[in-house]
Ligand binder design. Structure first.
Ligand SMILES: [Zn+2]
Length: 354
């Protein structure tokens, strides 16, 4: 990272302007060709990059403005999925219907566009194998191709490894695997709703798949993102992360980016059990709260975290992407002001701890 102390990054998505959402949906419906959609999105993404640079971020993304969502991009780009077959949680997801196959880049073309257009660090985001298996395996539609979720998850590993090589070659500085499902397991109500009976098995499976995906990968910083998953400014689950800390201790990775600003995280005390071998990505901006934090409030959150984790191991970021789904409009100005407050807080902290 550029700054030794309190470097700043994003989790991935920025709020998509209404016209960008329309372009994505028109492309999906076949009303716009891929080429025409790219031509329009190229222009939009240039402004998303400038906005992040103005906010003061050291690491940026394309706002995920070419994607319908952080996880569906996998099904759009990898062979074997059919759109909107899986009505999980009321929001339609694709379902796997045939053995999956790497067929074209998932995120590398996003990085190829961004890399020559910014001097800042560039982050590539990819969904992790466990959430792909959870979100996009359907007991009826998928069973001919994959009798179990686990078989689909295992097949995601080589596809993701090939893509990590591709984003590194395209110039990404960091690759982040998004795995909100792991942190949602801390909520007993969610486990019951999802039929999770052996939480230890699920956590170990998730951690093992991350390790298999990243094993031996070099020349790019690695990270994973955890959060309580949210939709329409509401969290899907809540609770402190103590239950999953042993699973995090098993993950071989550079940084674990976690959601801590929201009250849904149950405070920062669970950081007492945060593993010592990884960097902490500290979520210090609440992307569900429309009120823009002051830099002083962010400083106070970070100072509390420093009681548990050495300050030299902390990276700052908002709790989550600002818009995990195309149907989830949020305010782009609000995101800018929140990012700016976070970067101002980082400056204040560097001055204080220098
Ligand atoms: Zn998240």
């Amino acid at each position: 990272m550029a700054n030794a102390l309190f470097p700043t990054t994003v989790i991935g998505s920025l709020p998509r302007p209404a016209w960008v959402r329309e372009v994505i949906l028109d492309r999906k419906a076949g009303r716009l060709s891929e080429e025409e959609a790219d031509r329009l999105l190229d222009r939009a993404i240039e402004s998303a990059l400038l906005m992040q640079e103005r906010a003061g971020l050291e690491e940026v993304t394309d706002g995920e403005w070419r994607r319908e969502s952080y996880v569906k991009v996998f099904a759009e780009r990898v062979r074997g999925f059919q759109a909107d077959l899986n009505p999980s949680g009321g929001l339609p997801y694709p379902a796997v219907v045939a053995p999956i196959a790497y067929h074209r880049p998932i995120a590398a073309q996003e990085i190829e566009f961004v890399r020559p257009r910014t001097g800042r660090r560039v982050k590539a985001t990819l969904p992790a194998p466990y959430i792909i298996g959870r979100r996009m395996w359907h007991p009826e539609h998928s069973k001919a191709a994959y009798p179990t979720r686990e078989k689909l998850m295992a097949d995601c590993v080589p596809v993701l490894r090939q893509e990590i090589e591709a984003v590194r070659a395209a110039g990404a500085d960091t690759v982040q695997l998004d795995e909100p499902w792991l942190s949602t397991l801390v909520d007993p109500g969610f486990r019951e709703k999802e039929g999770v009976t052996d939480v230890r098995y699920e956590m170990d499976l998730c951690a093992d798949l991350i390790n298999q995906t990243l094993d031996g990968i070099e020349g790019i910083e690695t990270g994973m993102h955890l959060c309580h998953a949210h939709f329409d400014h509401k969290h899907a689950t809540e609770g402190p992360y103590d239950l999953i800390m042993p699973a995090l201790a098993r993950v071989r990775i550079g940084t674990i980016f976690m959601e801590y600003a929201t009250p849904a995280a149950g405070g920062l005390a669970s950081l007492a059990r945060f593993p010592e071998h990884v960097r902490l990505g500290l979520g210090c901006i609440d992307h569900c709260d429309r009120r823009v934090e002051t830099p002083e409030e962010v400083v106070a959150r970070v100072e509390e975290a420093v009681r548990y984790v050495d300050r030299g191991r902390i990276t700052l970021h908002p709790d989550c992407g600002f818009s995990p789904s195309v149907q989830n409009p949020m305010d782009l100005d609000e995101a800018y002001l929140k990012l700016r407050a976070m970067c101002q807080a980082a400056e204040m902290l560097r001055a204080r701890f220098r």
